[in-house]
Write a protein that binds this ligand. Structure first.
Ligand SMILES: Nc1nc2c(c(=O)[nH]1)N[C@H]1C(S)=C(S)[C@@H](COP(=O)(O)OP(=O)(O)OC[C@H]3O[C@@H](n4cnc5c(=O)[nH]c(N)nc54)[C@H](O)[C@@H]3O)O[C@H]1N2
Ligand SMILES: Nc1nc2c(c(=O)[nH]1)N[C@H]1C(S)=C(S)[C@@H](COP(=O)(O)OP(=O)(O)OC[C@H]3O[C@@H](n4cnc5c(=O)[nH]c(N)nc54)[C@H](O)[C@@H]3O)O[C@H]1N2
Ligand code: SF4
Ligand SMILES: [Mo]
Length: 920
């Protein structure tokens, strides 16, 4: 039994695609066989031949080989448990697959197909997605198959469809270089799409006439580089875009011919716009009317205006309107389908687009077809050789409703693949309850430690990036190959293979006698061909594209119909849209406020988003010590004025509470957020925190049309979290083994945060510092014992300890002898008050310890954090500030310190530090 993937390449290089963001950078993956016989990825570099990145990679892409280095924490064998009270036990694939098929078919027989649900991911490959979609809709006959794209791209999809008649960005990456005005709306591309940002930076450097407008309630690195930053109140984008369009209408800056020839609905919209005077709109947004007008002028008078937008628009209960109001600006000015122009939705995940193409969601059928369209159903039934009337004729439950139905018992079983809903869904309390109540939970992941894994009745080990074959589609509709570079470890299998094996078993049980076999395609190439056949004649037609073409000519954009020599770079260049009458549509977009108003009880608006060097729940980036260096610890960012008003200090622990839940985080003061808003990164989960992360407090309210939840705008209260006992522990060692030992201790604390820290001199053996910060009431002796066992700091001659059990006080330092000098190997510091930072810094610096060892206990000084700005060259903020004080500009920083010369992800921050007033 295996996945039928082609043989791995040994000591050779394979072309593939980065598994992180929707930029879709091409990579060259080098693999080799180890002394112990294991095949290993030895290095990853940017593919100079890939049109998305031309050889560039960001910090995450450059760390791909590091994240794949160790098998510690990987899921290597199927596991199963008969009942929830039992631990799971290892079983063989046959039993695991039989069990899944048997349990699902029994539930279908008893409760009907809609009692089963699938919850998938925009990180699956197109081929994986295709099998799951066919299994759910074609075989089981349920549309309860949704994905994390519902949390991500769903508003963009809905708006594209409403405005253009079909889903898909009209622009392409070349437009980044051709645009004269770039409007970033709810996009922190400097962090989230770094390689595109490098292309934009270069274009702006070449042509100083290029102007950037950034719409974001935070002063992000993207905003800091803008010519105009509109720091709007959260959720007010519709008012902003309406106000900008009002100005364009009244100044006559429209493309009347385009509106007349190629659109409908403008007169109705114009009536609505009347009230959105720049003054009124600016007031809603909390910005100056002059700035709104400037933005409108720059946009309206630009020879080429390009909008780049992402979660700041989509993750909203009015996400569809936010997208539409932005698209209106383009339609009204004819800024679409032309070089350098268009509303360009940046996709988040590497295959968010592929999932949409395949139709692997509850609201779609396949290849941009609709479930509630009988002609569409008949087409797919014919292609899949299904009996007429087989396919479900209504949309299924979208993500949030799906978990609500699971909690209410209407859905009995859920199969979760390649996503971690117990961390990434809104209102985690609800999600955990749903998973607890479910009759049967299947989790298919590559890693054993995610927060969702603990709910699994059956755990299926998936092969992951570097080990599997298929295709992904990036933000500009470009389909690239993903190729295996090394053998799959243990018994891990490709996702499509797992889905197909269960499908074959279900088919044997459920299919009508004489029905055509549905799952004959048994390789990624054959699966791609099946998917391709579904697209023929549709707007995303890839009838001319197969693996052979991708092999020969490299990545290609869709549409790519049969007979075409290449795909289409831009869409709608002829002004003909994918609607029945070929005209694009304007829709009325009234401004409405966010779902949850702030109140006296919950006076602050919590924004959530991404860090530069982490990926989602960190199951992969969290394995690489240097990727923590830029933001080493979880934090809640608050404006200094708001903190002062509450008597809160930087570094203190605070409790962030909403109507739904609460979490404790260290406080970070930053004027990047406006007073009245706070920000927390979405990455930290139960793997690194004492709770599930920021979604403990987020809200499950959804947009009525896209059903996308408002993950960005909860109303919260922030107050001091007082604890009578504080702990700081650090240990140098095998980072992943230390993580596995310490992670189970986190949840018992009032606050606990785990972070990796690179060793001063990397020896390439996976050694790093694991730092644990915790607070609680004094912990029971049993917990302390588990902690001491996990840290294993020894009690030998190289250990110094001071203990006062009565006061809950413990200090221990362990040294090692290295090259004739002694260096700190580990630290444990527990006290009624926080402390030990100076000792921690001494430990992390890894310098020889001189002087008496006893001095280790006397250092009570607090030490300011010195985050690493450039992780490639390990250059810290204090080093950069010192150079800036000496007069260095960006070029000088690059030559003197080397920062910003490898991946370039830190360039925006370097520019910011250069521009800041010099601090003494
Ligand atoms: N480093 C890194 N890169 C990633 C990812 C990752 O995990 N890490 N994930 C990928 C994925 S799946 C996605 S979806 C993308 C997300 O990419 P982005 O959407 O660019 O990233 P976010 O940080 O989620 O949110 C963007 C910005 O929206 C702002 N915002 C919040 N509310 C509003 C609002 O009401 N209006 C406006 N205009 N802005 C608002 C936030 O302050 C934030 O700066 O990133 C992709 N790239
Ligand atoms: N508050 C808040 N919440 C958010 C967001 C936000 O901005 N704010 N953003 C939302 C967005 S845009 C997104 S996209 C989601 C992302 O949320 P998730 O989808 O939960 O994010 P990941 O951690 O990337 O989950 C992917 C999982 O797949 C596993 N995996 C890796 N490779 C493979 C493979 O080949 N096969 C299988 N089967 N598994 C694999 C990984 O170990 C990981 O557990 O989060 C959403 N949640
Ligand atoms: S920008 Fe970075 S994370 Fe995104 S695809 Fe490229 S290398 Fe990967
Ligand atoms: Mo996303």
């Amino acid at each position: 039994m295996d996945g039928g993937a082609p043989g791995p390449v040994r000591g050779r290089t394979v072309r593939s695609t980065c598994c992180y963001c929707g930029v879709g950078c091409g990579v060259l993956v080098h693999g080799a066989r180890d002394a112990d016989g294991r095949e290993r990825i030895t290095g990853v570099e940017g593919d100079p031949a890939h049109p998305a990145n031309a050889g560039r990679l960001c910090s995450k892409g450059l760390a791909l080989a590091d994240s794949a280095r160790s098998l510690q924490g990987r899921l290597l064998h199927p596991q199963l448990r008969g009942d929830r009270a039992q631990p799971r036990r290892r079983v063989d694939w046959g039993l695991a697959l039989d069990t899944v098929a048997e349990r699902l078919s029994r539930i279908v027989e008893r409760h009907g197909p809609d009692a089963v649900a699938f919850y998938l991911s925009g990180q699956l490959l197109t081929e994986d997605y295709h099998v799951f979609n066919k299994l759910a809709k074609g075989l089981l006959r349920t549309a309860n198959i949704d994905t994390n794209s519902r949390l991500c791209m769903s508003a963009a999809v809905t708006a594209y469809r409403l405005a253009f008649g079909a889903d898909g960005p009209p622009a392409c990456y070349e437009d980044l270089e051709l645009a004269k005005t770039v409007l970033f709306a709810g996009s922190n591309a400097a962090y989230a799409h770094p390689v595109l940002f490098r292309r934009l930076e270069a274009a702006k450097a070449r042509d100083p006439g290029v102007r950037w407008i950034v719409v974001d309630p935070r002063r992000t690195d993207t905003a800091a580089m803008a010519d105009l930053h509109l720091q709007v109140q959260p959720g007010t984008d519709v008012a902003l875009f309406n106000g900008m369009l009002h100005h364009l209408v009244w100044e006559g800056l429209l493309d009347a011919d385009f509106i007349e020839a190629h659109t409908t609905g403008f007169p109705e919209l114009k009536r609505l716009l009347r009230e959105y005077t720049p003054r009124m709109a600016a007031e809603i947004c909390g910005i100056r009317a002059e700035d709104l007008v400037t933005a409108a002028e720059w946009f309206g008078r630009s020879p080429a205006a390009l909008s780049l937008y992402c979660m700041g628009l989509n993750q909203s209960v009015h996400g569809t309107d936010k997208n539409l109001a932005l698209i209106h600006l383009h339609l009204a000015t004819g800024q679409v389908g032309r070089p350098g122009a268009g509303p360009f939705s940046l996709t988040g995940q590497p295959n968010a687009m592929g999932g949409r193409e395949v139709g692997g969601m509850a609201t779609m059928l396949a290849a941009h077809r609709d479930l509630d369209d009988s002609a569409h159903r008949a087409e797919v039934e014919a292609l899949w050789q299904l009996a007429p009337g087989t396919l479900p004729d209504r949309p299924g439950l979208a993500a949030v409703e799906l978990f609500e139905a699971l909690r209410a018992g209407r859905i009995k079983a859920v199969w979760i693949a390649c996503t971690n809903p117990a961390h990434s869904m809104p209102d985690l309390g609800l999600v955990r309850e749903a998973l607890q109540r479910a009759e049967f939970v299947v989790v298919q992941d590559a890693f054993a430690g995610t927060d969702t894994v603990s709910f699994a009745d059956v755990l299926l080990p998936a092969a992951t990036w570097g080990e599997k074959d298929g295709t992904v589609t990036n933000s500009e509709r470009r389909i690239s190959r993903v190729r295996a570079a090394v053998a799959r470890p243990g018994e891990a299998r490709p996702d499509w293979w797992i889905a197909r094996e269960v499908a074959l078993r279900l088919e044997a049980r459920l299919a009508a006698p004489g029905a055509a076999p549905l799952f004959t395609a048994a390789t990624p190439a054959a699966l791609f061909d099946e998917h391709r056949a579904l697209t023929v004649g549709r707007d995303l037609d890839i009838g001319g594209l197969d693996y052979a073409v991708l092999e020969r000519d490299g990545p290609q954009q869709w549409p790519f119909p049969a007979g075409a020599a290449r795909g289409q770079a831009r869409r709608y260049g002829d002004g003909v849209f994918a609607t029945p009458d070929g005209r694009a549509r304007f829709h009325p977009t009234p401004y409405r406020p966010v779902a949850e108003p702030v109140s006296a009880r919950y006076p602050l608006r919590l924004l959530t988003g991404r860090l530069r060097d982490q990926w989602h729940g960190m199951s992969r980036t969290g394995r690489v010590p240097h990727l923590f260096a830029h933001c080493p610890e979880p934090a809640l960012r608050m404006h200094p004025d708001d903190a002062a008003r509450r008597g809160l200090q930087a570094g203190e622990l605070v409790r962030v509470a909403s109507k739904r839940g609460a979490l404790v985080l260290p406080l970070e003061l930053s004027d990047e957020v406006a007073s009245g808003t706070v920000f927390a990164a979405m990455h930290w989960s139960g793997q690194h925190l004492s709770c599930g992360g920021v979604n403990e407090v987020s809200l499950p309210a959804v947009d009525a049309r896209s059903r996308q939840p408002e993950l960005k705008h909860a109303a919260v209260r922030v107050e001091k979290a007082a604890f009578g006992w504080h702990l700081l522990a650090a240990r140098r060692g095998d980072a992943l083994a230390l993580h596995a030992a310490l992670q189970p201790l986190l949840r018992d604390c009032g606050y606990a945060g785990l972070a990796l820290h690179p060793c001063a001199e990397s020896t390439g053996d996976g050694r790093a510092w694991m730092v644990l910060r915790a607070a609680a009431e004094p912990m029971p002796a049993a917990w302390m014992q588990r902690l001491e066992d996990a840290l294993d700091l020894g009690t030998g001659p190289d250990t110094l300890e001071y203990r006062d059990a009565r006061r809950g006080l413990l200090r221990r330092v362990a040294w090692r002898e290295d090259d004739g000098s002694s260096r700190i190997e580990g630290v444990l510091w527990a006290d009624a008050r926080p402390g030990g930072d100076a000792l921690l810094q001494a430990a992390l610096a890894d310098r020889p310890w001189t002087g008496p060892r006893l001095a280790a206990f006397s250092s009570t000084a607090t030490v300011a954090r010195d985050p690493m700005v450039c992780v490639c060259r390990q250059v810290s903020e204090s080093q950069i500030r010192a150079a800036v004080r000496d007069g260095a500009d960006l070029a000088a920083l690059r030559t003197r310190l080397g920062c910003g010369t490898v991946c370039g992800s830190c360039t925006p921050q370097l520019l910011r530090l250069v521009a800041e007033p010099v601090r003494a």
